[in-house]
Design a protein around this ligand. Sequence first.
Ligand SMILES: C[S@@+](CC[C@H](N)C(=O)[O-])C[C@H]1O[C@@H](n2cnc3c(N)ncnc32)[C@H](O)[C@@H]1O
Length: 430
Amino acid sequence: MAGETIKETVQAKYGEAALRVVRGQGSSCCGDPIRSNLYDSAQTAHLPEQALRASLGCGNPTALAELHPGEVVLDLGSGGGIDVLLSAQRVGPQGKAYGLDMTDAMLALARENQRRAGVANVEFLKGDIERIPLPDASVDVIISNCVINLAADKRTVLAEAFRVLKPGGRFAVSDVVVRGEIPAELRRSMELWVGCVAGALEEKEFETLLAANGFEEIEIVFDATSAADHLRHAPVFERLGKIAVDLTPAKIGILAVPAVNLDEALGHRNVNMITCGGQASIPIAWALGQTHADIDYIEVVSSIASRSAGPATRRNLDEYIHTTETGIQRFSGCRRAKAILNLNPAEPCINMQTTVLAKVAKPDVEKFSAFLREVAAQIRRYVPGYEVIVGPLLENGRIVTMVRVRGLGDYLPAYAGNLDIINCAALAMA
Ligand SMILES: C[S@@+](CC[C@H](N)C(=O)[O-])C[C@H]1O[C@@H](n2cnc3c(N)ncnc32)[C@H](O)[C@@H]1O
């Protein structure tokens, strides 16, 4: 598709979006489910309401980027300015945050948001991210939120980003990437292009383009292949100095559940996200361990929609069981653990459900419930659809708890909560 046509259409679409925000209507471009819960309310408490409503990104790059006082930050495609204003707070009065956007109405909105926020260390520049109006080596950190997918010439955008970054500068991007090819007819759809889908790069293509333009330092690698593959990949990542966040049940790294042992896992270079059933059940097992001195047995039964179980899950059923059981024992201190996984082929597809049954010496359901409420609230920070739907209750001398996990339904169907919980846990860890 011709670059100029793309730019004109993108400009028209985001110009309308800016005007909708000014009129007090919703801003809708990338799809609301992607954009919900991106920012911590504590982080955005000091921002004007209009800046929040104008947020059109698909992530929170300021959460990914380490920003230090005194640094210069540039946001490519800054829209209503939310990430620029957040960055300005973090670099402080000695630092500076630039926003670059080509759409006049967006720039006007961003400048109004700056005025309302009362911040001086911000400047919104008009221009194209394919020709950044800043000198070479003038920026410490580049951020971008759901914009590069809109550019017709992504190679030029990355080359420009590399040019303006200082040596050793950092690049933190939230964007839509796809796994596999986008069919040619979707690529040609202007509507899907401005909706952030048709212009998205294939994941590997993005990495290749980054490397080709000088961005060699990919620090964290997410491995979602299979347990056997991760055993081969891990020494390679180690040799290359990469941090591995392992979404397979290979269990060679530290077992990690963000709601339980985020701090402990942070110092490790190979972090194992256990399994989807483990992410759903281990916080419950951990809460049992924190409230009971003597746990004889924990049994975990997870049911997931068969359609949500990909080829790697199917090849790793034994590893799934062993790794989940190891995690339950490690985090609860129970003597024996059993994990069961049901792949349910029912249509319509079922939501992920996990039941935890525990045989404990002196059950204290009340204390456990209070603990569980807190840990469930922690999990909902990265998986909003995590919900205790039964119990905890005492039944035949066992404590029974059941949770349901629904996904956001953004990239994957909402019933695939099993995929959301492990992916979101991995992102929370990164
Ligand atoms: C999806 S919105 C994201 C806005 C902002 N980053 C946020 O998170 O709310 C895309 C923004 O990128 C801008 N944009 C798209 N292509 C651009 C280009 N080639 N040069 C400059 N700005 C561009 C649009 O005008 C729009 O404001």
